[in-house]
Design a protein around this ligand. Structure first.
Ligand SMILES: C=C1C[C@]23C[C@@]1(O)CC[C@H]2[C@@]12CC[C@H](O)[C@@](C)(C(=O)O1)[C@H]2[C@@H]3C(=O)O
Ligand SMILES: O=C(O)CCC(=O)C(=O)O
Ligand SMILES: [Fe+2]
Length: 314
């Protein structure tokens, strides 16, 4: 295990130019950084987290009923045979969609669903705002003419962003190995990911020299991952980070909450002209987010998807 300092961006610091430079540098070197003093209401976070923990503590038969509505899953990640030591909810983070009020269901289910959904929607609103602030700072730092070029994609009404809750329970089995992979190595396919967790360790990022770097938990912070799509949009200048989550058998239950900011399906992803230079010729062909998504779902969790869109070298 390597000891490296994860870049920390303190949004309460007034010198915006300095912050922007540090943020761009972190995305170039690691594709990852931690944000503190972000201004997101901890009350919103806490209520959403409590509602999720109550959900995960329900009996299995109750949770299984939420496959369709909340994308409940256990152990199976995606549909290509990846297995994790994790239970999760995976749903669209589009606050306008999924009105459950018309569905025929018992009052108890309906109340629980509506409460969970409302806490999630409140969370999405605040986390999307923070995501857009970060994307605007990156746009400014890269010197693109329209600094809102990235955030505009995420603000679109039909954006394809997702919200995921990963629940890593404590092992009930005696003598199970001390530390196992809970969620396998991968990069996130979208533009930007904002991840937070309770105060339990688990997240690791892979550094340039391929060693795993543990990220200390900080429930007051957000961790930001550059996704494959931002790597493609910036012609490989900002790099998508490979990461995984470990599960420690003797530790406490871990809950991570992950917001994946994505553009609308029809969006054409092409490297921005400002990122194509003599020293860095164009790396990727253009593709729509829909095409990329189709490819990603046909592949395993740990696959390198961007390589399939790389242009041949001269
Ligand atoms: C195995 C898979 C799960 C995944 C879709 C995929 O085919 C490859 C990418 C995976 C991933 C990783 C980051 C996110 O957790 C996720 C929701 C995403 O957008 O891409 C998952 C997908 C999933 O669990 O459906
Ligand atoms: O649980 C974590 O910390 C990581 C989860 C993750 O990488 C994901 O959901 O894509
Ligand atoms: Fe991830």
């Amino acid at each position: 295990m390597e000891k490296i300092d994860i870049p920390i961006i303190d949004l309460s610091v007034k010198k915006r130019h300095m912050l922007i430079d540090e943020m761009v540098k972190a995305c170039e070197e690691f594709g990852f950084f931690k944000v503190i003093n972000h201004g997101v209401s901890m009350e919103v976070v806490q209520k959403m987290e409590d509602a999720c923990l109550s959900f995960f503590s329900l009996p299995s038969c109750e949770k299984e009923k939420e496959k369709e509505e909340f994308g409940y899953g256990i152990r199976n990640i995606g549909c290509n045979g990846d297995i994790g030591e994790v239970e999760y909810l995976l749903l669209h983070a589009n606050v306008n969609s999924n009105d459950t009020s018309q569905r025929v269901t018992s009052t108890c289910h309906k109340d629980r669903r509506q409460y969970l959904r409302s806490k999630m929607n409140e969370y999405v609103k605040v986390v999307r705002k923070l995501t857009c602030e970060i994307l605007d700072m990156l746009g400014e730092g890269l010197g693109v003419p329209d600094k809102e070029i990235f955030s505009k994609l995420v603000r679109q009404k039909d954006n394809d962003s997702l919200l995921r809750f990963n629940f890593y329970p404590v092992d009930q089995i005696e003598n199970s190995p001390q530390s196992r992979v809970g969620f396998g190595e991968h990069s996130d396919p979208q533009i930007l990911t904002l991840l937070r967790s309770n105060n339990v360790a688990g997240l690791q990022i892979r550094s340039i020299d391929s060693t795993w770097v543990p990220v200390s938990p900080d429930p007051n912070a957000f961790f930001v991952n550059v996704g494959d799509t931002l790597e493609a949009l910036t012609n490989g200048r900002l790099v998508s980070v490979r990461h995984r989550a470990m599960k420690d058998s003797y530790c406490s239950t871990r809950l991570s909450t992950v917001y994946f900011a994505a553009p609308p399906l029809h969006t054409l992803i092409s490297p921005l002209p400002e990122t194509i230079t003599l020293h860095r010729p164009r790396l990727y062909q253009s593709f729509t987010w829909e095409e990329f998504k189709k490819t990603m779902y046909s592949l395993k969790l740990g696959s390198d998807r961007l390589v399939l869109f790389a242009l041949p070298h001269e």
